[in-house]
Design a protein around this ligand. Structure first.
Ligand code: 13P
Ligand code: SF4
Length: 349
């Protein structure tokens, strides 16, 4: 566990991290990307960290890959690449930097390491897990194979390296339908997200999809009743749900897609009002680029994603910790499953 008192003392001894309105004003072009959702007072607190991280990442030849659920000061302030799980995995294969700082959750950092065994992959807080990744082990995959002999296993990228290594191919929420359609088998095992599996099954009725009983603690909280009531109280609002939501929630929505899909839909449709049925930072991160869209409605916070902060990122780059390691024989098999996914989605696209 990180000792934030010690870390704070060390960082303050080395960097000038006091709130700095002058520096904040100098960095106005960066602030302009998030001024709708971050107050000027908060920006004066963030600006010294953003400046220190951006300088240190050049010194270390590092690139920062940030998921769409990172807070706006991370997403707009320091990230070199932002995106959904698939985009981040693809970018991890393309980067020329020596160091990758993964701003997201642990399975994303593991995926980057699996794809780049020779690079240093840093995780700012190892406690940033995921309820889906925690829900299944390689033994669980073996159990499913025993129950459905011969059926291929498609595992969501929200899994550990061991689970990926035990699977035939991975998928993300943006390519799950494509991957399932492209497989020849009639019966397909999907792990670990039962709701993603059920949402895919609704779109690919010609296949028999069986699933593991995992779920995302953020998206499982939404109910169809919530959505119906929200729509009745806010007529005309476009409701956009992530496919980790239960199928009856997705059925009530106007659109469902991965976090990149959500951004694509909002950019193309430019609705007057939108409710994003997903993690809270998603709407915050796209708010400034869509000033004509009013984002309303409740959102849910992912406690794992929110473990990643500017302070921990600065410490991670400064101390070059914590470096992700994946046992080579597991990494090799996991890489096959991730690479098959990347290759198949490129081909199908
Ligand atoms: P995507 O960004 O791939 O849609 O995934 C969402 C998610 O919950 C990642 O943890
Ligand atoms: Fe895992 Fe859900 Fe958090 Fe994504 S939002 S990291 S799936 S718990």
């Amino acid at each position: 566990m990180l000792d934030m008192h010690l870390i704070r003392d060390d960082l303050n001894a080395l960097y000038d991290l006091a709130p700095n309105p002058g520096l904040a004003a100098e960095m106005a072009p960066i602030y302009a990307r998030m001024s709708r959702v971050i107050s000027p007072a908060d920006w004066a607190i963030h600006a010294p960290y953003v400046a220190a991280i951006n300088a240190l990442k050049r010194e270390r030849n590092a690139t920062i890959l940030a998921h769409n659920y990172m807070t706006p000061e991370i997403f707009h302030g320091i990230a070199d690449v932002v995106g959904d799980s698939l985009q981040l995995a693809i970018e991890a294969t393309r980067t020329e930097a020596e160091v990758i700082v993964q701003c997201g959750v642990h399975f994303m950092a593991e995926t980057s390491k699996i794809l780049n065994p020779a690079k240093t992959v840093l995780m700012p807080d190892m406690a940033a897990g995921c309820s889906l990744a925690d829900s299944i082990t390689a033994e669980g995959v073996a159990e499913m194979r025993a129950r459905y002999p011969g059926a291929p296993v498609v595992s969501y990228v929200n899994t550990t390296a061991e689970v990926k290594a035990a699977s035939d191919i991975c998928c993300t929420s943006s390519n799950a339908v494509q991957i399932i359609r492209a497989l020849e088998a009639e019966t397909i095992i999907m792990t670990p997200d039962k709701y993603l599996a059920q949402n895919v099954a609704a779109q690919v009725p010609e296949k028999r999809i069986v699933w593991w009983d995992g779920s995302c603690i953020v998206h499982e909280q939404y109910t169809a009743q919530d959505i119906r009531e929200f729509r009745a109280w806010n007529p005309g609002t476009r409701i956009i749900a992530h496919p980790e939501c239960p199928p009856d929630v997705v059925a009530e929505a106007d659109f469902s897609g991965s976090t990149a899909g959500i951004l694509g839909y909002v950019s193309a449709e430019r609705p007057e009002r939108a409710m994003l049925v997903t993690e809270c930072s998603m709407a915050s991160n796209i708010a400034d680029a869509h000033p004509d869209v009013e984002f309303i409605g409740p959102c849910n916070m992912c406690p794992f994603m929110k473990k990643i902060t500017l302070e921990k990122i600065l410490w991670s780059l400064h101390s070059m910790t914590t470096q992700i390691e994946v046992e080579p024989s597991i990494a090799g098999r996991a890489r096959l499953a991730v690479q098959r996914m990347i290759d198949l989605s490129a081909k199908e696209a």
